[in-house]
Design a protein around this ligand. Structure first.
Ligand code: IMP
Ligand code: MG
Length: 404
């Protein structure tokens, strides 16, 4: 049994995982990204500058060993850029990693436009097509891209429809560049992680997106294409089931989501605008305005159970503190009947209305929580049966309170 931990999102992404990973990274020897691709945007504020990482783990600025596991949809050219920007040197990419090619991005946009009104609102980063090709077993893995044997001609048949618009010569030039990036980085990530653990050192696994965007357990079809749950880490990273001992769930003290789909606590109008501006709730990958809503205990309880969360980091408390009062969704009313069954509420075209408790307050927030804020945290702990360990109240590294 080894003592590794994970940081995962408990909502629809953008919970503030980047800051939490950066904050606790020093307790770990290595940081591993396990899912998603450049659809993610993990923001870290360090030394007065803002960095957004799409592929590298958020501890890229910390001189740590970094892993990209086989579960990641990898854009090698973007990886190269991020490695240069962050001057991260010690990066290992699993050879089994799925590679996103320019064709996948093209296909992502094409499929979205075909969906018309029913579009998911993807990030256009080719994530869906990449994982789909993996399931179809036509995808070039990192090891294939880095070998000099693969070439796009072999994919011609599969891509016939799309290739009318695509220049195969350009594609193969891309391949050469991408292969050059990958060659020196390819390592057996599961073995490397095991070696680190055998030396008594710990690894932190960094999730992207959030539980409610999980391909299977999320609000399908408005989900991403990989698993976002901590339970997928042993599989995506090739570690033992017992080698993951701590699971830290990150939740924002209100809710956001980008793109379409289920969102019963969504707020419209002036209040939405206020929270969006105060919280700078614009997609860090696409710049799209995020939808905003109240905290949703039904969805959170579902996410906490599926992730087996031990401890919670509560983020953006300073943003909520700008409101005189806020609401918490404690249950749903589904077709007029009160329930906390998330699956039932999301199963079909049910009419789902939030049942709120109202009048919650944060009050002044600096290095200590006010009585009102403490009441809110205690209520959250009681209802969701978790321990809140970290409260984050600003973008900077030091705007954080550790609770006993
Ligand atoms: P895709 O992952 O680009 O296919 O997008 C599918 C859905 O997941 C869309 O609603 C996206 O907005 C959403 N999504 C994907 N990645 C993130 C993320 O990192 N944060 C928030 N939403 C995301
Ligand atoms: Mg994000």
């Amino acid at each position: 049994m080894y003592d590794n931990s994970a940081v995962v999102g408990l909502q629809w992404g953008d919970e503030g995982k980047g800051k939490i990973v950066d904050l606790i990274a020093d307790d770990y020897y290595a940081i591993a990204r396990f899912n998603g691709g450049a659809n993610a945007g993990h923001t870290v504020i360090a030394n007065g500058s803002k960095y957004v990482f799409h592929l590298l783990p958020s501890a890229a600025l910390k001189n740590k060993k970094l892993f990209i596991s086989q579960g990641v949809a990898l854009d090698p050219i973007l990886l190269d850029e991020e490695m240069r920007l962050s001057s991260a040197k010690d990066v290992s990419v699993d050879p089994r990693c799925s590679v996103v090619t320019p064709l996948d991005k093209e296909m992502d946009r094409e499929i979205e436009s075909m969906r018309g009104e029913k579009r998911i609102g993807t990030t256009g980063r080719g994530i869906g097509p990449c994982y789909a090709e993996r399931a179809l077993r036509v995808l070039p893995r990192a090891t294939d891209v880095a070998s000099d044997e693969f070439d796009f001609n072999s994919l011609m048949k599969f891509y016939e429809r799309f290739l009318a618009r695509v220049d195969v010569k350009e594609m193969n030039e891309w391949l050469k560049r991408a292969g050059g990036v990958l060659k020196p980085l390819l390592k057996d990530v599961p073995s490397e992680i095991r070696m680190i653990n055998e030396e008594g050192k710990r690894v932190l696994f960094e999730g992207s997106q959030g539980a409610l965007l999980d391909i299977i357990y999320g609000t399908y079809p408005h989900v991403t294409s990989s698993s976002t749950l901590a339970t997928s880490i042993p599989y995506y990273c090739g570690i033992g089931l017992k080698d993951l001992t701590g699971i830290i769930g990150v939740m924002k003290c209100y809710t956001t989501r980008v793109g379409g789909g289920f969102f019963p606590t969504e707020i419209k109008g002036e209040l939405c605008k206020k929270l969006r501006e105060e919280g700078r709730e614009y997609g860090s990958t696409t710049g799209r305005a995020r939808r905003i809503g109240w905290l949703d205990f039904v969805a959170l309880m579902y996410a906490i159970k599926l992730n087996n969360v031990d401890e919670v980091a509560l983020t953006k408390v300073d943003v909520l503190a700008k409101l005189d009062e806020f609401n918490i969704c404690e249950a749903y009313s589904v077709n007029g009947e009160e329930t906390t069954d998330f699956l039932r509420a999301t199963a079909g075209n049910e009419e789902v209305k939030p049942v709120y408790s109202r009048g919650w307050k944060i009050g002044e927030i600096n290095s200590k929580l006010s009585g009102d804020a403490m009441k809110f945290v205690e209520h959250l702990e009681d209802e969701l049966r978790v321990k809140v360990r970290i409260v984050s109240y600003g973008e900077e590294r030091d705007k954080v309170i550790f609770l006993e």
